[in-house]
Design a protein around this ligand. Structure first.
Ligand SMILES: Cc1cc2nc3c(=O)[nH]c(=O)nc-3n(C[C@H](O)[C@H](O)[C@H](O)COP(=O)(O)OP(=O)(O)OC[C@H]3O[C@@H](n4cnc5c(N)ncnc54)[C@H](O)[C@@H]3O)c2cc1C
Length: 470
């Protein structure tokens, strides 16, 4: 099969943008696909249009993404917006839909740069209208300038402070921040303080954000437990145990957040090898130091291979492109060594803070093992108790649960329940996460109409080749 491009990149966040620019500079033909209408990814979402007040609210770190977006407008890179990749094969064939039309493209190498997803936060009341993930609330701000009034932010992780500070700057401060990380977590994290000091810029930014929140009078409930959301037709209050007593905080909107996890939908659908990464309580695809996955032609860069942040994503995207340029004889081994060494040092520097943050801000035990009545699979309304019942009936792995009660078979294809289902099964069956495994993800990984599928023949693709609808 003669490939149409040297490199197809999925995802135009920092990893994908940096990789596209570096690959084009090395003389590769590049196609960059992203389901959003503009480049930027999660962190720099809509960066090209952010001006005035919105730019001021989102801050300097966000505006740094402009440089990446500007460099991208080189003629060697073909950028396809609104392109949702719903199938990818190890031989380099990708299927995607754009504006309701399905297409295929073949590439010598594929780089998956699909970033992270917010960790699901299954707790009582999380399915009520008015409850959303904090990152989703931030997307409303970045993309539409919309902000919630009378909101409470609850969970754990540094992103909470950033989003709260952005709300303060926008004139709609959160009513309160409820934090579930404990003092014991913080003490545990001290053993990674050396890395914390190497990443002092991040520490000082975090402390700056907390000071900004204090000045704005935002109330913080730290080391809170038994987090739940109360309401009838709509969220009405966040309820927590704090310092030995139950606290009820009335609100209209609840932003939940317990960190982000690699988006492995495509890497799973491609049958690449994955492993459980205990430090970050998530699965991640196995890659070598250059980002090559268990398949020769497929690379993964950025948060999709483990959560290390936007700057690190940019650097590892660059590194993967250099390695691909060696693979395809655009640069030689000596040139590669010369160019990659400083990037490796920069990447280590950017990642140094991460072990400290991972231990200081873990997801709460309550969401990793939710109480029986809590809905875990939102699409099919399957509860944690249902999953435990399946385990007691001999169900050993997440794929089997589908036969019992359809979790993971709704429109989100397991994105919001996969981790929790695996965690509950591992706990109930006394097995490790690697032994328990994850859902087998089948293409199409996103909803696709029959009409789109039928068009593949008309648009030049071959509806049969490389297509496994399992
Ligand atoms: C909701 C959310 C908000 C965040 N906000 C911040 C923040 O404000 N500051 C911060 O420092 N970090 C933030 N993070 C963390 C941040 O996303 C990462 O550190 C950084 O963006 C990782 O860069 P990346 O290039 O790996 O992926 P991303 O920036 O996430 O880019 C991935 C891109 O892949 C695209 N994509 C995914 N799947 C497909 C598909 N099947 N087909 C086509 N395109 C696809 C997405 O549309 C996205 O544009 C946020 C994370 C999330 C999930």
């Amino acid at each position: 099969m003669m490939a149409e491009v040297n490199l197809a990149i999925i995802g135009a966040g920092p990893a994908g943008m940096a990789a596209a620019t570096a690959a084009a500079e090395a003389g590769l033909s590049v196609t960059l696909l992203d389901e959003q209408s503009r480049v930027g990814g999660q962190v720099y979402r809509d960066i090209e249009r952010a001006t005035g007040k919105r730019a001021e609210i989102l801050g300097q770190d966000y505006l740094a993404g402009r440089v990446l977006a500007e460099k991208l407008s080189e003629p060697e890179t073909s950028y396809v917006p609104n392109a949702t990749v719903w199938q990818a094969a190890q031989d380099g064939m990708l299927s995607y839909s754009t504006d309701g039309v399905a297409k295929q493209i073949t590439a010598d190498r594929v780089l998956i740069a699909t970033g992270a997803l917010e960790r699901p936060v299954p707790l009582p009341g999380w399915t009520l209208p008015g409850v959303m993930m904090a990152g989703a609330g931030q997307i409303l701000l970045k993309q539409s300038g919309v902000l919630a009034k009378r909101a409470v932010i609850a969970g754990a992780g540094p992103l909470i402070y950033l989003i709260a500070a952005q709300m303060v700057r926008a004139g709609t401060p959160p009513l309160a921040i409820v934090e579930t990380q404990t003092w014991a977590d913080f003490i545990q994290a001290q053993k990674h303080l050396a890395g914390g000091f190497r990443g002092w810029r991040y520490l000082s930014k975090g402390l700056g954000l907390i000071a900004e929140l204090r000045r704005a009078g935002v109330k913080r409930y730290q080391a809170a437990s038994n987090l739940s959301v109360e309401g009838g037709a709509h969220a009405e209050a966040v309820v927590v145990d704090h310092r030995g007593r139950a606290v009820r905080i009335g609100c209209d909107t609840v932003f939940l957040h317990m960190g982000v996890v690699p988006n492995t939908q495509l890497s799973r659908a491609m049958n690449l090898d994955h492993e459980w990464y205990q430090t970050q309580h998530c699965f991640r695809p196995i890659t070598d130091e250059w980002g090559r996955s268990s398949a020769e032609r497929v690379f993964i860069a950025g948060d999709g291979a483990g959560i290390f942040g936007a700057k690190s994503a940019e650097i590892v995207g660059h590194i993967a492109s250099l390695k691909i340029a060696v693979d395809l004889d655009r640069i030689n081994a000596a040139e590669f060594e010369r160019r990659v060494r400083p990037l490796i040092h920069a990447s280590a520097r950017e990642r140094a803070i991460r072990p400290f943050l991972d231990v200081a801000y873990p997801p709460s035990k309550e969401i990793m093992s939710p109480e029986d009545a809590t809905i875990v699979c939102r699409c099919e309304e399957v509860t944690a108790g249902d999953i435990r019942k399946y385990a007691s009936m001999g169900c050993e792995g997440p794929n089997q649960t589908k036969a019992f009660g359809r979790p993971g078979m709704g429109p989100c294809q397991g994105r919001y329940c996969g981790l929790t289902v695996s965690m509950i099964l591992a706990e109930e069956n006394h097995r490790t996460m690697n032994e328990t495994g994850y859902y087998r993800i089948r293409p199409p990984i996103k909803p696709l109409t029959l009409g789109e599928l039928a068009q593949l023949d008309e648009t030049g693709g071959d509806g049969e080749e490389g297509m496994d609808l399992g």
